[in-house]
Design a protein around this ligand. Structure first.
Ligand code: COA
Length: 163
């Protein structure tokens, strides 16, 4: 795997425009489970809600201070007293100009390290991948995810990473 060092930081309001551009890029939408383009107003509503949602973690991956990708974790439990052996649904995309450079797997692995430090109660990450998204299957497997059967609806592949 590439040794590219990736730093992670939480998304802030200053990232709102970038996330809008990246999320709407055809290369990011191509294999998304919800591939429709998003308008600015909807994005702003989604973004504000995401920043206030304690069960949603949004991280920017950076190399040399420049953003290279976005990780999203949706926790299945409220962080707090009743938050043992939690799971999270992971979503990942690279900044379109940084695709195809081997950054996908290191970004996912950086996310594991970040989660272990900040949300040690999370014991499993789940991923859903469109079967045609061969690059995604490869990077999730490289990052240590294993296929889980059965498949989901419409043949969506299910993968899991266990800490
Ligand atoms: C999917 C994604 C994270 C992959 O990360 P990446 O760093 O661009 O991937 P890589 O360049 O490391 O390529 C991964 C592997 O897939 C292969 N690959 C890439 N595109 C391919 C294609 N169309 N068909 C077959 N293999 C392909 C690469 O050759 C590489 O193989 P290798 O590891 O054997 O060398 C990134 O492309 C992305 O952000 N895509 C858009 C969003 C997305 O699909 N997210 C995942 C949703 S589940």
């Amino acid at each position: 795997m590439s040794e590219t060092p990736i730093q992670l930081r939480p998304v802030t309001l200053s990232d709102r425009e970038n996330l809008f551009q990246w999320r709407n890029h055809p290369a990011v939408r191509q294999f998304a489970l919800q591939p429709d383009a998003i308008d600015w107003e909807s994005h702003c509503r989604w973004f504000s809600a995401a920043l206030q949602n304690s069960q949603r973690v949004l991280l920017i991956g950076e190399v040399d201070g420049e953003p290279v990708g976005v990780l999203r974790y949706d926790l299945n439990a409220e962080p707090g007293s009743d938050f043992h052996r939690a799971e999270a649904l992971v979503s990942v995309y690279l900044v379109p100009q940084r695709m195809g450079q081997g950054l996908g797997a290191p970004l996912l692995v950086a996310g594991h390290v970040w989660l272990a430090a900040h949300y040690p109660q999370v014991r499993q990450l789940n991923a859903q991948i469109v079967p045609a998204n061969v690059a995604s299957v490869k990077v999730f497997e490289k990052a240590g995810y294993q296929a889980v059967s059965p498949q989901g609806a419409q043949g969506i592949l299910q993968y899991a990473y266990r800490f």
